[in-house]
Design a protein around this ligand. Structure first.
Ligand SMILES: NC(=O)c1ccc[n+]([C@@H]2O[C@H](COP(=O)([O-])OP(=O)(O)OC[C@H]3O[C@@H](n4cnc5c(N)ncnc54)[C@H](O)[C@@H]3O)[C@@H](O)[C@H]2O)c1
Length: 265
């Protein structure tokens, strides 16, 4: 029997990368899963792959109405909502303050924060009545950049630090009804995009040698796949296994905070 039998979850940005791996794992653990995904072809691929176990709503996580529609679709399909996972995000491709064109900063900031931060808050707001009914849980995808410099430029790093603030404040406000936690993964191959204002909307993270970069960057010295992170999302979603956990962030980034490895003789 899976850890999430009888559980209903909703994941934003699950058409590729980490979100897709979370859906795959949640279904394998017995959950039924709603998805809010902006890309119609990725949405169709999810439906084709998972059939009745997954209900996909095509929409924009930056919009309250689309978040609400995804909650309504999920509740209508599966009869309730136990876990809301905020995951859709944009990266800034490590664009430093020196490299940021002054004229693009305002738009790039708005693009990144409107998804990485505002999208999470809007989604929680939309899901809250259903989560209160179920005494459910929120899980927000953070990043190594939520704790350490160098995993992005100032726009991304600030946005992911803001996710830590959201986890703590929402955990405080929503206790004892709803547990709120985060997961802070490190690098993994995915289709992660950047802001249009920086000319990065059509650049995919997987166009870079991500596995090689992670082997070098991570103290654990290994490539990490999206599926490697999904156990944290299962644990935090499982009400009996993490009943005492709220306001925490599972730091599972491959040890980036350790800052390297000693050189071997
Ligand atoms: N890839 C990494 O190395 C890495 C590292 C640390 C944290 N993260 C975080 O993981 C999360 C998932 O990113 P990923 O790497 O899997 O990227 P990804 O681009 O493969 O997946 C994100 C999904 O969100 C969808 N999406 C984009 N904008 C959307 C919107 N406005 N509304 C709804 N859906 C939208 C995309 O179509 C895609 O399917 C992000 O929060 C990211 O910051 C990624």
């Amino acid at each position: 029997m899976g850890w999430l039998e009888g559980t209903t979850a909703l994941v934003t940005g699950a058409g590729s990368g980490l979100g897709h791996a979370i859906v795959n794992r949640y279904v394998a653990e017995g959950a039924r899963v709603g998805v809010l995904e902006i890309d119609r072809s990725k949405a169709d691929a999810l439906t084709n792959r998972f059939g009745d176990a997954v209900r996909v709503t095509v929409g924009d996580a930056r919009r309250y109405d689309d978040n609400l529609l995804a909650v309504e679709d999920t509740v209508a399909a599966f009869g309730g909502l136990d876990v809301w996972v905020g995951n859709a995000g944009l990266w800034d491709y490590g664009t430093s303050v020196d490299a940021l064109p002054a004229a693009a900063i305002s738009d790039a900031f708005d693009e990144i924060f409107s998804l990485n931060v505002k999208g999470y808050l809007l989604g929680v707001k939309a899901a809250l009545p259903a989560l209160r009914d179920s005494r459910g849980a929120v899980i927000l995808t953070a990043s190594n950049a939520a704790f350490w410099p160098g995993g992005g430029g100032p726009l991304y790093t600030a946005s992911k630090h803001a996710v830590v603030g959201l986890v703590k404040q929402l955990a405080y406000e929503l206790a004892p009804d709803v547990r709120v936690n985060g997961v802070a993964p490190g690098g993994m191959p995915s289709d992660l995009r950047g802001p249009r204002a920086l000319g990065l909307a059509d650049t995919s993270w997987s166009s870079l040698p991500v596995d090689d970069l992670m082997k070098e960057f991570s103290p654990l010295g290994r490539a990490i796949a999206p599926a490697d992170y999904t156990g944290h999302y299962v644990l935090l979603a499982a009400r009996h296994e993490s009943a005492t956990v709220t306001g925490s962030i599972h730091n599972c980034d491959g040890g980036i905070g350790v800052r390297g490895r000693p050189t071997t003789a």
